[in-house]
Design a protein around this ligand. Structure first.
Ligand code: ADP
Ligand code: ZN
Length: 529
């Protein structure tokens, strides 16, 4: 289709077919498009892969003028523009990476009205010359992509997004559409407030991704567990492995490569060239595994990512959902796999304790972590719990998550909890010493080792009272107590400490139901003397 044809094709459905080659809209795409074409503001929440782009690209083609798309994904702008150009849409971008020459050409095209879409980095709108440029052209609409970047609680926060509220003041007659794959109502409210989208209609899609199988397993030897998953279920598949630290990214990528899996690292410590190269290879080649920190992934449109694996606990359900959502955009069966252990809880609680920011900020971080921990420890359907978190009440268990496929047993862990809390209480008298979970468990198991004899802990009344459980099971007990706030960690050494709620358990005012550790509980039990 030539540009002039597009101008006259006021029918959105015709544009969908003629330009993009699709025959029907998905979900509420048509409603959003009609609303924006008619000049209304919109806030669109749709899961990754749901088809947000068309919600502003088609209005951009139908309405007069140039659509200005604000996107933080500078590294992907060239790809986005190329993809549009390939189907005959006139698109350009302005960002800090291009040559002055290229910039001048795009600016001239904008002013002459020879573009359908202009992509801008948010920081560009803070520059007076860009605003002057925009004043010289005719703007059909503003699209604010990845709108959750305006949320100060999220890990994608971009200060430049806060300034976008001025779009409405400066160009009050131009419709705005904000889009995000972040689903919580708190984020939605924050986006609407901060972007001054007071009269915007909200379009909220279901966030269920039925083709993704959610699985959360106890962390034992994470890299080996990952390798088993890749070999048994995803040989030769493309996927993303998320790690918390850069060092862990590098080590994991090396480990996979040494074991015959084609893997590449990605984190902010690599130079820009390497990062760009690895990202391009991941997008263009088949069957590569990207090992990355959460710096990787936003806006990555690779339909055939067959698995997303987390070797460390995400900080929030929002983060977990977004990262796992990068799997299976093509709708085919995919795996979201997370290995989670005691150390994750200890580490994240410590990070919150020592984080910058005021008490309210730390409380907010803790609340987000608690929701993530609850998802890990649940005995219910993971999907039901995940969707409930995003305000969707679905009643039926999904049949496609680990708790549905192999229902975890729960057991009355009250006595075990009392034993462990008693041990923590005894050790607490030696406040100046540093005893983490491992030492506590050794005492309960009645182990004779140097540290125990050095401190005379074999004479404690709790010594050896926990031999009915294996070490792995005790670690599960500690982890679940930490997750429920019945136990705390303090200081640099992860020293266990009681909380106010611990007293209820010790005084038998409260029972504790625990999830049985699913992997190899039998063998770890039988290996005991
Ligand atoms: P999002 O930005 O919401 O993650 P995209 O806009 O990138 O999703 O769309 C995801 C994929 O679905 C893309 O490959 C897109 O071309 C395709 N798509 C979107 N809408 C439709 C539709 N109505 N019919 C067929 N394919 C569609
Ligand atoms: Zn389920």
């Amino acid at each position: 289709a030539s540009p002039t044809d597009l101008r006259t094709a006021s029918d959105a459905l015709a544009v969908l077919g003629r330009v993009f080659g699709y025959d029907a809209f998905r979900g509420f795409q048509q409603d959003v498009i009609d609303h924006v074409v008619a000049g209304g503001d919109a806030l669109v929440l749709m899961p990754t892969g749901g088809g947000k782009s068309l919600c502003y690209q088609i209005p951009a083609l139908v309405r007069d003028g140039v659509a200005v798309v604000v996107s933080p994904l500078i590294a992907l702008m060239q790809d986005q523009v190329d993809a549009l150009t390939a189907v005959g849409v006139r698109a350009g971008f302005l960002n800090s990476t291009q040559t002055l020459d290229a910039r001048r050409r795009v600016e001239a095209a904008f002013v002459a009205g020879e573009l359908d879409l202009l992509y801008l980095a948010p920081e560009a709108l803070g520059v007076r010359s860009t605003l002057a440029l925009l004043d010289r052209g005719r703007i059909s609409l503003f699209a604010i992509d990845e709108a959750h970047c305006v949320s100060q609680w999220g890990h994608d926060f971009r200060p430049d997004y806060l300034a976008l509220s001025m779009l409405h003041e400066r160009w009050p007659q131009v419709p705005r559409i904000a889009l995000t794959a972040t689903a919580t109502s708190a984020t939605r409210t924050e986006i609407a407030t901060r972007l001054k989208l007071d009269d915007a209609r909200h379009f909220v899609a279901s966030f269920d991704r039925p083709n993704i199988q959610y699985r959360i397993v106890p962390k034992r030897e994470p890299r080996k567990q990952l390798l088993t998953l890749l070999r048994d279920e995803h040989p030769g598949d493309a996927g993303i492995v998320y790690c918390l630290s850069r060092a862990s990214v590098d080590k994991t990528a090396e480990f996979l490569t040494a074991n015959g899996v084609a893997a590449l690292p990605y984190h902010a410590g690599l130079d820009a060239g390497t990062r760009a190269r690895n990202q391009q290879r991941f997008l263009r080649e088949d069957g590569l595994v990207m090992v990355a920190t959460i710096a990787f992934g936003m806006g990555i449109d690779k339909p055939d990512v067959r698995f997303v694996a987390h070797l460390d606990l995400p900080k929030s359900v929002e983060g977990y959902y977004q990262e796992t959502g990068r799997a299976g955009r093509d709708g085919l069966p995919s795996t979201a796999w997370l290995a989670y252990g005691l150390q994750d809880v200890v580490q994240q609680r410590k990070m919150i304790e020592t984080s910058d920011g005021d008490l309210a900020h730390r409380r907010n971080l803790a609340a987000h972590l608690d929701a993530m921990l609850a998802l890990c420890e649940t005995v219910r359907c993971r999907r039901v719990q995940l969707l409930e978190y995003f305000g969707e009440t679905t009643t039926a268990a999904c049949g496609n998550c680990d708790t549905c496929l192999t229902p975890p047993e729960s057991w009355d862990g009250t006595v075990a909890a009392q034993k462990l809390l008693s041990a923590v209480f005894r050790l607490d008298r030696e406040r100046n010493q540093r005893f983490g979970a491992g030492h506590c468990i050794d005492i309960l198991l009645g182990k004779q080792n140097d540290k125990i004899s050095q401190y005379g802990h074999d004479s404690l009344t709790v010594f050896g009272i926990g031999s009915e459980l294996s070490e792995a099971e005790w670690r599960g007990v500690v982890r679940q107590l930490l997750a429920e706030g019945l136990l705390a960690v303090e200081g640099d050494y992860g020293t266990l400490a009681l909380t106010e709620a611990s007293a209820d358990v010790l005084a038998r005012r409260r029972t504790v139901t625990m999830r049985r550790e699913p992997e190899k509980p039998a063998s770890s039990r039988s290996s005991k003397p």
